[in-house]
Design a protein around this ligand. Structure first.
Ligand code: GLU
Length: 476
């Protein structure tokens, strides 16, 4: 309701949780146990930089330990605060449960503007923050495994892993203390692209659901659909690029810190990204109309809106004016609880964050398993798979040599069929399967229960039921 005060991010998550849990038959005690955040550790530490001591504030929240380790990224941003970190930790619990990744939910954050520091300074700060968390087992392969989030990436994860291994020299599973590491430091192929790739797989699966499409008033395929993306960071960039290059969507709008680009014929995502790298923003990019007020472009006409930047960008102030019939939440919490209600009333279909951006944590899970098994996926089976394929191809070649049968092999068949899957193919296949299965679970509830009118409620129902089952199994 536009007259209501906007709740905080954590209150927003709680409101959405409450709406779903009311449709489940849980005891009030168990409901409360699942909703609350188990613990939040706040640390203030000093680092000597540029001749003086700078004090930083960081957090690590653990929302639910129904499964361990707990998992969730570490964010570097000036906006970090306890309320935000706790909301994000709760979302991690529901996200992991929904995509069947066997973790509890956690999140960390450091109140810092990383652009104000050079690489060496960031390394000192990151190592010191990591030291504080490792010392308390808030970074640990068996208990709490961070990953990248806003403002952090594989470089920071490599520093954290190294710091852990320096402090716990005898832990043979040290590399599994954090995910999202570079390939040469224990990472996995396809982790950087994973969240954006997951958004693409989620949209593809939505377009395979005729009833869902009907609810959004959309027809046809992804090809030619007009898409507006907010935020060309790691998630927005990969999602936009894959959707444009592989599914033929038109990226008509890109919203960034310094305004938005608009081109009804479609923007070249790679060209915009490279312009941003060399100019620090989208301003001045040729081949598009630039609008200083990025927020206004969120309200432009389009088929799919992808908020991929930060929380609360669609709120009580602008929800009424949003024109997109389908919104996929690539960021965590981009739609407030109040805006969610307005959009639902308008008939807008929302593919919720806890599903839409779960690709990151899914591939983090693959990386953690790889680190614990100390072997790359595909290393044992790849050549064996190839040699079995060889047998079939040889047989087919023998048959097609027989002129009387009149058989020929299609061009390229032999090469494609013979190639055994490497790590990247396996990661993408595991991610695709995860996104499809989770969507189908949400879809079944959304389309079959009269009291469930949206995908978010459906997602919460699944997650809460799974967390509840796991607490019950523990005897709680
Ligand atoms: N920060 C990402 C998220 O919000 C990834 C978390 C992870 O991989 O643990 O889902």
């Amino acid at each position: 309701m536009a007259t209501l005060k906007e709740p905080s991010f954590r209150e927003s998550v709680d409101l959405m949780f409450n709406r779903a849990v009311a449709l489940l038959d849980l005891s009030p005690g168990l409901e409360e146990k699942i909703r609350v955040c188990n613990s939040t550790y706040t640390v203030r530490f000093g680092v000597r930089l540029r001749g003086q001591i700078h004090t930083f504030t960081g957090y690590r929240s653990v929302h639910s330990e129904h499964m361990e380790p707990v998992k969730g990224g570490i964010r570097y941003s000036m906006g970090v605060n306890q309320d935000e970190v706790e909301a994000l930790a709760a979302l991690m619990t529901y996200k992991c449960a929904l995509v069947e990744v066997p973790y509890g939910g956690s999140k960390g954050g450091l109140c810092i503007d990383p652009r104000q520091y050079d690489e060496h300074e960031l390394e000192l700060i990151t190592r010191r923050f990591a030291y504080e968390l490792i010392k308390r087992d808030l970074i640990n392969p068996a208990q709490n495994v961070p990953a990248p989030d806003m403002g952090t990436g594989e470089r920071e994860m490599a520093w954290i892993a190294d710091q852990y291994k320096r402090m716990k020299t005898t832990d043979i599973n040290g590399n599994a203390c954090v995910t999202g590491k570079p390939i040469n430091a224990g990472g996995i192929q396809g982790r950087t692209e994973a969240t954006g790739r997951g958004v693409q797989f989620a949209l593809r699966e939505f377009f395979r659901d005729p009833e869902g499409m009907k609810k959004a008033g959309l027809t046809g395929s992804l090809e030619g659909k007009r898409v507006i993306v907010q935020g060309l960071g790691n998630v927005g960039y990969h999602a936009a690029r894959f959707l444009a290059e592989e599914d033929g969507v038109l990226i008509t709008g890109i919203i960034e810190r310094d305004g938005a680009l608009f081109n009804p014929k479609g923007l070249d995502v790679e060209a915009v990204a490279s312009w941003m790298r060399s100019h620090g923003g989208v301003s001045g990019y040729p081949d598009a109309t630039h609008t200083a007020s990025g927020a206004a472009v969120l309200e432009e006409d389009c088929d799919i809106l992808i908020p991929a930047a930060m929380e609360g960008v669609i709120n009580l102030d602008n929800a009424e004016r949003i024109k997109a019939p389908l919104i996929i939440e690539a960021a965590n919490g981009p739609i407030t609880a109040g805006a969610d209600e307005i959009l639902r009333d308008k008939g807008v279909v929302i593919i919720p964050d806890m599903y839409a951006n779960a690709g990151g944590v899914t591939v983090s899970y693959f990386e953690w398993v790889k680190n614990l098994s100390h072997i790359r996926f595909g290393r044992m089976g790849r050549r064996q798979e190839e040699s079995r394929h060889h047998l079939i191809v040889e047989e087919l070649e023998r048959l097609s040599a027989d002129k009387q049968l009149g058989w020929t092999l299609s061009p390229g068949f032999k090469d494609k069929y013979l190639r055994g899957a490497g790590e990247l193919e396996l990661v993408r296949s595991g991610l695709d399967d995860t996104m499809r299965t989770a969507y189908q679970a949400m879809r079944d509830i959304w389309h079959s229960r009269d009291d469930v009118h949206d995908l978010r409620t459906s997602a919460y129902i699944i997650s809460i039921s799974r967390v509840a089952a796991s607490y019950r199994a523990k005897g709680l």
